[in-house]
Design a protein. Structure first.
Length: 185
C-alpha cells in the first residue's frame, strides 16, 4: 500500500487542502461564495444520479468523506435524505461546510474533523460502512487500477461510473475516476 505508486501528488496533501479551504472559507466570510465543487458540478450530479438509481431509502446513513464545502450534503438534504454526515481532515473545510449548511437552514447534518492519512481513511471507511454497505469514490489522484488495488482487501468492486475522457498523443485518459465499491464482511 505504501509503494512509490501510491505517493500522493501535491494535490493529495493535507497542506494543499488546508491552504485551499482556508482561502475558500475566507471568501465565504467575505462575500458568501460557497466555492468550488472540486471536480465540477457534473461529478456531483454523477453521484446523485447513481444514488437515485439505487433507490436508496431517505433514512439511509450517508457519509460524505472529504466533504469540502458540504454542497453534496446540501443537495442530499434537499432531496429528503435525513441521516447525513460529512467528514474532512481540513479544519477550514469543516468550518466552511458547517457555515454553508447553516445558511441553507439545514440543521440535521453532522460535520466532523477526521484524522490525516490514507491508512486512516480506509480504516475509517471500513468502520463507517455496514457489511455490504456501498461507497462511491471520485478521485483525480488515482486511476481505476490503483483504486482497485487500494480497496482490494475487504471491498468488492461494484461498478465504474462513466467520466469524461480526453485524447492526447493518441492515448485516451480520464481527469477523474468514479468508482463504486461494497464492503465485504
Ligand atoms: C477534491 S476535494 C473534494 C471536496 C468536495 N467533496 C467536492 O466535491 O468539492 C477533496 C477533499 O477531501 C479532503 N480529504 C483528502 N484526503 C482526506 C483524508 N485522508 N481524510 C479526510 N479528508 C480528506 C480534502 O480536505 C478535501 O476537502
Amino acid at each position: 500500500m505504501e509503494s512509490e505508486d501510491f505517493k500522493p501528488s501535491k494535490l493529495g496533501t493535507k497542506e494543499y487542502w488546508d491552504d485551499a479551504y482556508e482561502r475558500e472559507l475566507q471568501t465565504f466570510k467575505d462575500i458568501g461564495d460557497v466555492g468550488e465543487i472540486w471536480f465540477g458540478e457534473e461529478s456531483m450530479t454523477r453521484v446523485l444520479r447513481w444514488i437515485d438509481r439505487e433507490n436508496i431509502p431517505e433514512n439511509a446513513a450517508i457519509l460524505d468523506i472529504g466533504t469540502g464545502n458540504g454542497i453534496l450534503l446540501v443537495e442530499l438534504a434537499k432531496q429528503g435524505f435525513t441521516n447525513l454526515t460529512g467528514i474532512d481532515y481540513s479544519t477550514a473545510s469543516v468550518e466552511l461546510a458547517k457555515r454553508v449548511l447553516q445558511t441553507q437552514d439545514i440543521n440535521n447534518v453532522t460535520i466532523k474533523d477526521t484524522e490525516e492519512g490514507k491508512a486512516g481513511y480506509i480504516q475509517a471507511l471500513r468502520e463507517a460502512l455496514k457489511n455490504q454497505g456501498l461507497f462511491s469514490i471520485t478521485s483525480c489522484n488515482w486511476t481505476k487500477e490503483q483504486l482497485l488495488q487500494m480497496f482490494s482487501e475487504g471491498f468488492e468492486f461494484v461498478q465504474e461510473l462513466p467520466t469524461p475522457s480526453y485524447q492526447f498523443g493518441g492515448r485516451t485518459g480520464n481527469n477523474v475516476t468514479a468508482v463504486i465499491f461494497k464492503r465485504l464482511h
